[in-house]
Structure formats: C-alpha cells, structure tokens
Write a protein that binds this ligand. Structure first.
Ligand code: 5AD
Ligand code: SF4
Length: 444
C-alpha cells in the first residue's frame, strides 16, 4: 500500500486543507508515512505570504532531488497550496524532479493527479476559482477534539502588500446550513472546539444575497451545543457591533480575538489600503472591551512597509501601548510580485526595518509577560492539547483566553489520558510566552 507524508506551511487554512488532503488520500487507499524516507508520495502544502517561507520551500523541494537520483526515482513529489497556485507550470521548469503541481482550488483532484504522475508524466494543474470547498472532502483531523471549519475562502480586500487575493481568489462564503450541519455532526463525534476559518470571517455572507451574516452564524453554531468556538481572521473594518455582542452573549465563544491592525500610522494604513484609521481601530477596541472587559487581543503588525518613516513607526509603538495587546505576530515587510505594493520604490533599508522590528518585538514580549502576570492565581477551565513538545511529563493546555499553560502530569498518569479533555487549572506562574499551572480538581 502506498504511503504519503504532507509538509504543511503557513496559515490555519493550510492546516485545514492538509487534513482534507490526508482524508482524501486515505479514502483512496493510502496510509500515512512516518518520514520522507518511507513515503511514496511527498506533498508540500505551501505558503506564499512572505519571501522567506517561499525561498525555504524551493530549497527544501530542491534538496529532495537527491532522494530521486539516489535510488528512489519512483517517489512522487507534489507541491500544492498558495505557491503551487501562483507558480503552476513554472515550478516544473525550475524544479523538473517535481511530479505534481496543484493549487488551492483543486485539492479534490490530488489523487487523480498523483495517478497521472505515476505513469511518468509530470502534471501542473491549477484552477481559477473555487468550485468545491475543501470542507466537503473527507478528512483526517490532527486532533479528535478540535476541527477547523472554513466558512469563507478567498479575499476581496486587496491590501497593498498581500498575495492572498491572487492565490486564494475572490471571497466565497459557504452555505449557512452546510456550516451549521458540519458543526452539529462534529458535536455528535465528541469534538470540543471548532475554529471557524476564513481570510476575513467578519464579511461572511456578503457574497450571498439574503444569506445570514457572521453574527447570526455564530449564534447558530453555538446553538449546536459545541462547547468552544474560536474564529480567525477578522478584518477590523468589518467587525460589527452584532459580532461584538455575540462575543459578550455566547458562553461558547472564547474571550479572545485576533484583530490584525498591521500598522499604527494613518498614512501607512491608507497606503496599505486597509480602509480604517487608528482612531476607528481604537474605537472598535473600546467597544469590544466595554462588551467583554477581560477579552484578550492579539494582532498582526508589519514593519518597514514602503514609505514608513520613523514617525510612522513610533505611531505603531504608540498604538501597541494604547491597546495593550496581549500578543502579536510581527513581520518585516516582504515585497510580493504581483501585489500593488511591489511597484512602490520608497523601500525601507533592511537594517532600519530590522531595528524597528527588534524594538517592536521587545515591546510585544514585555506586554505579553505583563498580560500573563495578571492572571497568576486564576483558576479556569482549560482545554488540554496533550504532552508539551519538550517534555512528556508536562501537559500543554489553552486557557479560554488562548494563553498557553504548562501543567505537570499527575503522578502515575500519562499525558495521553488528558489530551482533548477540559480541566480546571490554577495558574501558578507567568513567563513571557506561557504560563505554568496545576490541575485544580477541587475547583470542579
Ligand atoms: N510582508 C510581510 N508581512 C505580510 N503579511 C501579509 N503579507 C505580507 C507581506 N507581503 C502578514 C500580515 C498578515 C499576516 C498573515 O502576514 O500581517 O496579517
Ligand atoms: Fe491579505 Fe488583506 Fe485579505 Fe488579509 S484582508 S488576506 S491581509 S488582502
């Protein structure tokens, strides 16, 4: 029986798509391999958002040539996801030992493309738009208790730096009932947490006239009885009062929001085509905190966008402090061919971007540490994810606010016994990126 391995890069949508690829392959009789060495099919599910990931991918795929020339010419190498969608046929020219290139819209064709390649023919096939949502395909979930549930794919926002609208296409929402039915089936299977996914979940339903919008979807998903709901990603300009109210009203909605601000200066936000100002962003945060006072907030920030001055960057630091984010993902601007910003000539020198990045990263660390220190002593119901990556005698769990907490495995028990369960955990210590705690069974 043939074995497959999937290497996944990039965002949560890619993680979801990889689970569907695995499901599809397993229904076609494939079994998972442990490593590249025992795989008959090696799949890369790729990300095109920043150049570094892109370069690394090309390097990693190039290095597999040795596997084929070194005695295993029959191994099939397939590259899918956003780089596959972007490069299509061109990838076969650069990397002739690749057998299959596929895109973001034709995951369902993967088994037949692999079959075609098995007859010795390299194939590159990408489609222009989504016809089949990957969520309609079989799945093999990484964790039995958690499911990614896409609600819309693609993006119509065209932020000046972003390649996503090119590689994921225009925004398309899934049918309301399909999403709710899927979550209801997951509840019946014992899933504890769903993460609703989309490049811009807040605009769910906008492309389907008369269809309910995001806040209504949240209510309907909560009504299935799913214990925990998270969602990503939200665009600040589309975060409605109805959604904020849902966050306050629905106990299953976890009190955590990832709301990418990208920059703190109005001039840069306008150049990025974000279509909000720092003032409107701060207004959203104020409304959120009025509705859910202890909500945790994380964000994405880009430094070194073309034309960014020292004063612009100071505005980013200032906004970061004003919001007092609990966490942030920070990026140095990376020019992506085909995006509007790639034509801008006012590039910021690398050393300046790096210095600004380092200053911001220090701020992110300090505020994350402060945020974590505030919850020492608190007991909350947390979802145990399993053994910590570094130590199998330690459990990793998530607090409702999405903080990572490490807890010693009780004497005589194994981490596996707790994976996927909800446990009362008392926080005993704070570090910049995680908490320490202990199981607090008396609190139940
Ligand atoms: N350069 C740097 N960061 C980028 N992001 C998206 N495109 C780029 C780019 N060209 C960041 C944004 C986005 C996150 C997923 O990646 O902050 O929210
Ligand atoms: Fe990219 Fe902007 Fe769409 Fe997010 S909202 S995927 S940053 S274009």
């Amino acid at each position: 029986m043939s074995r497959y391995i999937i290497h996944t890069f990039g965002c949560q949508m890619n993680k979801h798509d990889s689970e569907r690829m695995a499901g599809l392959l397993q229904t076609h009789g494939y079994m998972p391999a442990v490593s590249d060495a025992d795989a008959d099919v090696i799949i890369f599910n790729t990300c095109a958002v920043r150049e570094t990931a892109d370069d690394r991918l090309y390097g990693q795929v190039a290095s597999l040539k040795a596997l084929k020339t070194g005695g295993r010419p029959e191994v099939i190498i397939a590259v899918g996801g956003c780089v596959g969608q972007r490069d299509g046929e061109r990838m076969l020219q650069h990397l002739p030992h690749v057998d299959v290139v596929f895109g973001t819209h034709n995951i369902h064709e993967l088994p037949s493309l692999i079959d075609a390649a098995a007859y010795g023919r390299s194939v590159a096939r990408v489609l222009e738009g989504t016809e089949t949502f990957a969520s309609d395909l079989p799945t093999v979930r990484e964790h039995a208790w958690h499911a990614w549930v896409p609600i819309n794919v693609g993006c119509d926002n065209h932020c000046a730096y972003c390649i996503v609208p090119t590689v994921r296409g225009p925004e398309r929402s899934r049918v309301f009932e399909d999403v709710v039915t899927e979550v209801a089936a997951l509840v019946a299977e014992g899933v504890i947490e769903v993460t609703l996914l989309g490049q811009n979940v807040n605009s769910y339903g906008r492309d389907r006239y008369g269809q309910p919008r995001f806040a209504e979807l949240l209510h309907a998903v909560a009504a299935t009885g799913i214990p925990r709901i998270r969602f990503a990603t939200s665009h600040p300009k589309d975060l409605s009062d109805d959604t904020i109210r849902a966050l306050a009203e629905l106990p299953a909605l976890m009190p955590y929001l990832h709301l990418p601000v990208q920059h703190g200066s109005n001039a840069v936000l306008a150049a990025m085509n974000r279509r909000y100002t720092r003032e409107t962003y701060l207004d959203r945060i104020e409304r959120l905190r009025a509705a859910v006072p202890d909500i945790t907030l994380s964000t994405d920030i880009i430094v070194g966008f073309p034309g960014e001055t020292d004063a612009d960057f100071e505005q980013t630091l200032d906004l970061y402090d004003r919001v007092a984010f609990d966490h942030a993902f920070t990026f140095i601007y990376s020019s992506r061919e085909g995006t509007p910003a790639a034509a801008l000539t006012t590039t910021v020198p690398r050393e300046i971007s790096q210095q600004r990045f380092d200053r911001l990263a220090a701020r992110v660390r300090d505020l994350s540490f402060e945020s974590n220190r505030r919850v020492v002593g608190r007991t909350q119901e947390c979802l145990v994810e399993g053994a910590s990556r570094k130590d199998r005698h330690v459990l990793s769990a998530r607090t409702p606010h999405n903080r990572l907490v490490h807890v010693p495995v009780p004497e005589g028990r194994t981490a596996g016994a707790y994976a996927g369960t909800l446990q009362m955990i008392r926080v005993t210590g704070a570090h910049p990126w995680f908490l320490t705690g202990e199981l607090d069974n008396d609190a139940v």
